[in-house]
Design a protein around this ligand. Structure first.
Ligand code: MG
Ligand code: NI
Length: 474
């Protein structure tokens, strides 16, 4: 009898989703799916709103990556205003974006994934959480808290409030940077940079203990996509799109993100609300691509900061061509924390960072606009259409977790096939199925367009589709 396993909720990821594992007659895994079960129709809610309210509205899509939406939305509004924003305004937006990268990557690595990495995939579930980590490795727990706090502070200090900062606005930012604040942030950087380097060194030491996970956690050829600078460097705020393949070849470069509907398609499957984006020239599902830290580091030739560049060289030496194991999202994420801190230091040290001209003022000059940036989880697209009065006719968002949907499904299937045999599902195996999803750091708040944190769930189903085992954890 074939059986089905469902994991719902996947613990320690943000939002609500479900994993279903289908067993065949021989007890082996026939199919496995990662589905998103809630849909709020956020894009619909925006219709009729004045376009300049969109940054504040879309920042509320998500309590995890509000700054990413704020930035992509404000860039979309810049396009509607048809203005170039002042350089100091752009730099300040970048600083806030980097603060969120540090915060979000630290949350993902230390709070959500390091219990698996430092305590082991098979550790007691009651221990394998942030509290168990505090007991077993107080230094790592403290480091995680400090890094996340620093990122939060940068966002909060710049924005005035942490969760929904309204400081990033159409045309730039609403107020210039005060010298005391610049100095306060710069003073803290060396300490947090040391923490980030220590975490990275620890990760590199322990990765050998996870050989089986490295081999099976979403380790397959795919395309990769991210923004890059004109000379192929790491770019988290602006730039053009690059698409590369598993062998490390660049197959498309400096694509204008505004043209994304021409090269990115979105397939729909009846069993999930989350769409399946794919690279159109290769079709569906062969056009599967990954975004986020792993994709970015696979695609760029340099980061542009000294410590991160040294780490990047080491990272690229892991594998000829692209680094294919999704387990290495963790590795790439830690390198990006180092990069974000170095880059933030560079921007804040720029002679014009205190310039008071930080916002361009204009009315709407275009009826459609696109804004793209890199969120911690990957490329984020906003596209708006407005009428002559500046009221929203439509909003179309393409989020990082959506881009990774095909790859996350493939990754869950790979882990399930490797570790699951029959109806017995030990906790350590269940945890690996969830851990591979956590490696991608999906933002389910964004994918479900639902507010707040929600849990995910695993179902094991038989050949006839009947649920034989069901697990819900919060
Ligand atoms: Mg959309
Ligand atoms: Ni989000």
């Amino acid at each position: 009898m074939a059986r089905q396993i469902v994991i719902d909720p996947v613990t320690r990821i943000e939002g609500h989703a479900k994993i279903t594992i289908h067993l065949g007659d021989d007890g082996g895994v026939e199919d496995a799916r990662f589905h998103v079960t809630q849909f709020r129709g956020f894009e619909k809610l925006c219709e009729g709103r004045p376009f300049h309210e969109m940054p504040a509205i879309t920042a509320r899509i998500c309590g995890i990556c509000p700054v990413s939406h704020l930035i992509a939305s404000s860039k979309t509004c810049d396009a509607l205003l048809a203005v170039s924003i002042p350089e100091a305004g752009a730099r300040l937006r970048r600083v806030m974006n980097l603060g969120q990268f540090v915060e979000s990557h630290a949350l993902s690595f230390f709070h959500l994934s390091s219990p698996d990495l430092l305590l082991g995939m098979d550790a007691e579930p009651a221990q394998r959480n942030i509290f168990g980590l505090i007991r077993a490795n107080p230094q790592a727990a403290r480091d995680g808290v400090r890094l996340r706090q620093f990122g939060q502070q940068v966002v909060e200090w710049l924005g005035g409030k942490r969760i929904h900062p309204a400081w990033v606005v159409p045309g730039g930012v609403s107020s210039p940077l005060q010298p005391e604040l610049r100095d306060r942030i710069l003073e803290a950087v060396p300490e947090v940079l040391e923490i980030a380097q220590r975490a990275l060194a620890d990760f590199k030491r322990m990765v050998d203990d996870f050989g089986e996970e490295v081999r099976t956690f979403g380790n397959f050829p795919s395309l990769f996509m991210s923004l890059v600078t004109p000379d192929g460097g790491l770019e988290l705020y602006d730039g053009k799109l690059r698409i590369g393949d598993a062998q490390g070849n660049i197959i498309a470069d400096q694509l204008d993100p505004t043209d994304w509907p021409e090269f990115l398609g979105e397939a729909v499957e009846p069993w999930t609300y989350l769409k399946f984006p794919y690279y159109k020239p290769l079709g569906y599902p062969q056009g599967m691509y990954r975004v986020g830290p792993l994709a970015r580091l696979n695609l760029v030739e340099h980061c542009g900061t000294p410590l991160a560049d040294a780490e990047l060289a080491e990272f690229k030496a892991l594998q000829r061509g692209a680094v294919l194991s999704s387990f290495h999202y963790h590795y790439a994420r830690l390198i990006e924390i180092v990069y974000a801190l170095e880059r933030l230091q560079q921007f804040l040290s720029h002679p014009d960072i205190l310039d008071t001209h930080v916002r361009a003022e204009a009315g709407p000059n275009a009826l459609a606009g696109t804004g793209v940036s890199e969120a911690p989880r990957g490329t984020l697209f906003h596209n708006y259409r407005i009428n002559e009065d500046g009221l929203m006719k439509s909003a179309n968002l393409m989020i990082a977790t959506g881009h990774n949907n095909l790859a996350m499904n493939r990754a869950v299937l790979q882990v399930a096939r490797h570790f699951v045999q029959g109806e017995d599902l030990p906790d350590g195996i269940l945890n690996r199925i969830e851990a591979v999803v956590r490696a991608f750091d999906p933002c389910l708040s964004c994918s479900t367009h639902a507010l707040g944190r929600m849990p995910l769930h695993v179902q094991l189903c038989g050949p006839g589709g009947e649920v034989v085992r069901e697990l819900r954890r919060d």
